[in-house]
Write a protein that binds this ligand. Structure first.
Ligand SMILES: Cc1cc2nc3c(=O)[nH]c(=O)nc-3n(C[C@H](O)[C@H](O)[C@H](O)COP(=O)(O)O)c2cc1C
Length: 306
């Protein structure tokens, strides 16, 4: 049975995954934290926490609220910064079989260029996920992903600065996600991942105050899955680069829906917060499904509902 997928066919380095199951940025740390819990080397790829030039402490607490079939988060890109990532995390990743993709976020276009430059050629890093979609930081983030022009500008700068494969992560908080996807693909993205979280909030009726310290955050989880699935279906039909689907993936069935909609790979996010080996369970479920359905190659499933 062949589960391997190529996520950067247009890039000289390529980004070949042994299988289509990835972890989503911000929900799996640097992967290292999970090494003793299960065999993380079996995963298709690990995407690390959103990384900025300088370390960030993130937003004030509380930063997570459970909602009906979902989770609101406003972590605000708490991270160790790119220098510590290169010094402390990448050398560990360099000894792994599973590819690690670094999720990068900036407040300006120059920030993205500097991050891409710093990370180019660092052993242990197989690709970049360009986060133009973080909904809960004050500057940058989702603002870049909201319009085709700014999304394309960030993509072009990163593409010019690095030889690493780049996937650009889109936000649903925009008028026309297909137009943004087409612009990003035209600007040189090797792949497109979608979606990031939907902006949302919750209020404590006893204190009469917003629950999140940041007032608003990003909603993900099963409640948003049909929205994400539809967007993946639309985008996969509009671009000719690989698409990576996420939001609401808890089980193999969820993942297979995204793959049938046109995703070449999937990202498991907040499911990791309740079950650390969720991504591996999803992978094993896909393998069982392929066995039951006598499918020899995962590519037979990609876009099969289209
Ligand atoms: C606690 C938390 C932190 C996140 N941090 C990031 C991040 O740093 N960068 C990013 O691009 N997405 C981040 N996300 C979004 C996820 O990578 C992913 O797009 C989304 O959560 C997938 O939906 P799911 O949680 O339903 O699986 C975060 C999500 C959560 C729940």
């Amino acid at each position: 049975m062949n589960l391997s997928v190529q996520l950067a066919p247009g890039n000289a380095k390529g980004l070949l995954l042994a299988n289509p199951v990835m972890t989503a940025s911000g929900t799996f740390g640097y992967g290292i934290e999970y090494e003793n819990l299960f065999d993380i080397q079996r995963l298709g790829a690990i995407v690390c926490k959103g990384t900025t030039l300088a370390p960030r402490e993130g937003n004030p607490q509380p930063r997570i609220v459970e909602t009906a079939s979902g989770v609101l988060n406003s972590i605000g890109l708490q991270n160790i910064g790119v220098d510590a990532l290169i010094a402390e995390k990448a050398p560990i990743w360099a000894g792994w079989r599973v590819p690690v993709i670094v999720n990068i976020a900036g407040e300006t276009v120059d920030d993205y260029a500097s991050l891409a430059k710093r990370l180019d050629g660092v052993a242990g890093i197989s690709g970049l996920e360009v986060n133009i979609s973080c909904p809960n930081i004050r500057a940058g983030g989702a603002e870049f992903g909201a319009s085709p022009d700014t999304a394309a500008a960030v993509t072009a700068v990163v593409k010019k600065t690095t030889s690493l494969p780049i996937m650009v992560k889109l936000t649903p908080n925009t008028g026309d996600i297909v137009a943004v996807a087409v612009a990003v693909a035209g600007a040189g993205a090797d792949a497109i991942s979608l979606i990031n979280t939907l902006k949302g909030m919750a209020i404590d009726i006893r204190t009469r105050r917003p629950i999140l310290g940041n007032i608003y955050g990003g909603l993900s989880g099963p409640a948003v899955k049909p929205v994400a699935l539809h967007m993946v279906y639309q985008v996969a039909g509009a671009v000719d680069v690989p698409v990576i689907g996420s939001v609401g993936i808890r089980t193999a069935d969820d993942a297979i829906e995204f793959i049938m909609a046109g995703a070449s790979a999937v990202q498991v996010g907040s499911a990791n917060l309740t079950s650390p080996r969720a991504a591996l369970d999803v992978l094993e479920g896909i393998e069982r499904f392929m066995q039951d359905e006598r499918i020899g190659d995962i590519t037979e499933l990609i876009g099969s509902a289209r």
